[in-house]
Write a protein that binds this ligand. Structure first.
Ligand code: ZN
Length: 316
């Protein structure tokens, strides 16, 4: 039993050591899977037989997968056969093709934002980003120190059409304009020292802090959260009162009032991001040493102290 436990501990140590975080110069953005995907897509469209199509996908997309796509294949249990059906929405894929290829050109913007984060916080380290075509299970996720972005789920423009995948409208698909701030938001999560995420204040500081640093360097919010922030600005004190009351309550009973509540029709989603953002903003603006302030703000275990030091009081 003991040897089993130490073996597991050893394995965890090995895996955590193998995660390499990079500087703004050395972190990589990988587009191979997107390029490969379009070659495979064109080839499969010349084939009528499903067996032939699946063979092409298996050999030339799955078989050539980057380390990021390999993780996603395992995580989402993607198979050449399910992928074959997924890419049959040619109306959709033809309409997003140009946008998915544009991210390569826009990658210099991402690197410049990452450089700005590093300038504000020289200790910052980042994770490689893999842009892939997946099957819509994740918009973006971070696994084993690798950030994996499903480009097709983040490629909505006014040109996007669909007859199968989004035949009920484009809910769940992100605007292409939101992709860059989203990548930065996720990179900030990598910098955060973890606190207790099962607690309202820490969760708000985690999400709102990631949004705050993202906004500091990009001056942009992802489009899906803009109305939440607009509503928040107009109702800040009222929201703050409720937030304070909810700090006393069991987190699980009030979580859906603040986070990941996209299905609620009665309130704006993710208002916890807004409150966390405002606390971090107040703290940062009041601090004279910005580098130290940022380091403190990224340590979620400090969330109670951060709130006290910020003297945040609902915008009053
Ligand atoms: Zn987040």
């Amino acid at each position: 039993m003991k040897s089993k436990i130490s073996l597991i501990a050893f394995f965890i140590l090995i895996t955590s050591c193998s995660i390499q975080y990079k500087t703004s110069e050395s972190f990589k953005m990988n587009f191979n899977d997107v390029d490969n995907f379009w070659k495979v897509y064109d080839k499969t469209n010349l084939e009528n037989s499903d067996d032939e199509r699946i063979k092409i996908i298996e050999e030339e997309y799955f078989g050539q997968a980057s380390n990021g796509l390999k993780i996603l294949i395992k995580l989402d249990k993607l198979t050449p056969s399910s992928f074959n059906n997924f890419i049959k929405d040619t109306l959709f894929f033809n309409s997003i093709r140009e946008t998915t290829l544009k991210i390569k050109e826009d990658s210099s913007k991402i690197r410049n934002h990452i450089k700005s984060v590093e300038k504000l916080y020289p200790k910052a380290r980042f994770s490689d980003v893999y842009f892939v075509i997946g099957q819509n299970f994740h918009g973006g996720t971070v696994r084993n120190g690798k950030m994996i972005i499903e480009v097709q789920k983040n490629a909505k423009t006014e040109k996007t059409k669909s007859e199968i995948i989004y035949n009920n409208g484009f809910k769940g698909m992100n605007d292409y304009n939101s992709l860059i701030p989203l990548v930065i938001h996720e990179q900030i999560h990598i910098l955060q020292k973890k606190g207790n995420s099962n607690e309202l204040l820490s969760a708000a500081i985690s999400e709102g802090g990631a949004d705050f640093v993202m906004f500091l360097v990009t001056n942009q919010f992802p489009s899906f959260i803009r109305t939440t922030y607009e509503y928040g600005e107009k109702n800040e004190f009222k929201l703050w009162k409720k937030f304070q009351q909810d700090l006393e309550k069991d987190y699980n009973s009030i979580r859906k009032d603040w986070f990941y509540n996209y299905r609620r029709k009665d309130i704006h989603p993710d208002l916890g991001y807004f409150i966390g953002f405002k606390i971090c903003e107040k703290f940062y603006n009041e601090s004279t040493n910005k580098k130290e302030a940022l380091e403190f703000l990224l340590n979620i275990a400090n969330s109670k102290e951060l709130l006290e030091k910020s003297k945040y009081n609902g915008g009053k």
